[in-house]
Design a protein around this ligand. Sequence first.
Ligand SMILES: Cc1cc2nc3c(=O)[nH]c(=O)nc-3n(C[C@H](O)[C@H](O)[C@H](O)COP(=O)(O)OP(=O)(O)OC[C@H]3O[C@@H](n4cnc5c(N)ncnc54)[C@H](O)[C@@H]3O)c2cc1C
Length: 371
Amino acid sequence: MFDYLIVGAGYSGSVLAERIAKELNKKVLVVDRRSHIAGNAYDHYNEDGILVHKYGPHWFHTNDKKVFDYLSEFTEWRFNYHRVKTYVDGRLLPIPINMDTLNELYGLKLQSPEEVQAFFDGVKVDTGNPANSEEMVISQVGEDLYKKFFKGYTLKQWEIDPKDLAASVTARIPTRTNRDDRYFTDTYQGVPKHGYTEMFSKMLDHPNISVMLQTDYKDIIGKIEFGKMIYSGPIDSFFDYKFGKLPYRSLRFEHETFNQENYQSHQQINYPNDYDFTRIVEWKHATGQKSPVTTITREYSLLAEEGMEKYYPIPKEDNHELYKQYKAEADKLDDVIFCGRLADYKYYNMDQVVARALMLFEKKLSNTHQE
Ligand SMILES: Cc1cc2nc3c(=O)[nH]c(=O)nc-3n(C[C@H](O)[C@H](O)[C@H](O)COP(=O)(O)OP(=O)(O)OC[C@H]3O[C@@H](n4cnc5c(N)ncnc54)[C@H](O)[C@@H]3O)c2cc1C
């Protein structure tokens, strides 16, 4: 008999399992249909001995000290600012667009943030309140930079014209007037020193926690007794798709190992306009691993079809409306807590999903048990 059945061994499931087992001293069963823990953050050593992330590159970054301190109970860190280059017009340029991007691209000699701002002011388009992704970008950096840096990348990633995508999709990408070439400016940035999977195995290492892998929760319902359920799988699947399927983007990864120390200058290079892939990641730059060989991964974006991994919820109004129908059903269930990127049909960064799980524990679970 378990107090909780937790579906999914990713961040949502593992954080809640750890909190419930340790703080409430309750018995928890975590099930995942995959053959491993850590959800989409899973990393492993490939056949060439290189530590790679199976479901696409995961760079941890946060300003949330509480989240950072919590995860630090289970790992040390390799701090590393994430820096990305974009291949435009045959050159590797810094992204987010900054002073150096403009100088290198246009052969300018801008030297102060004021000069850079004056450049942006000269090219930006007055769109009023930006209504979509295209307007969001051109209202900041104008048409040319939009076409060179954003349009192709967004089209590859979503197969939707940026005019038809919510403004919020590109609003997350900053532009800089100085020379700061960090992709994120968060205080804490890096990767777990010994990898994500190692961090998750420490989180789940508690006598009150049992883990069953390669198990769909639907196959054990009725066979295992439990009190409440915490569900971090897809919300539409929970309700047997009764209102229809929520659409997702999927990814295809092409890995290649080279008999040389390094392949490219940075851990991530984006390709907005050339080739079919969106980006190439070289893992050793992020992990600091030493090896005479190196593995790179090319990433291709595609619509998720039957049997494919679901990666990104597609941010369109009608999808959100469909999600709301499922959410209304979920709200009627007292004994199931829905939590996570698939259950909430929402893109969360890792720190956000940890913060959400910690908040759920504090607000919903620890109170329930004090009553
Ligand atoms: C390509 C990509 C790159 C990313 N990069 C970053 C990054 O650089 N930085 C960052 O902060 N965030 C990044 N993220 C976001 C990060 O992956 C998520 O925040 C995190 O995975 C969410 O955790 P979760 O527990 O909600 O979901 P998941 O990690 O997906 O865990 C859910 C688990 O539930 C299991 N499950 C589903 N259905 C069932 C079922 N029926 N029975 C049993 N188990 C089931 C799944 O197998 C899965 O393991 C990235 C995401 C993607 C897609």
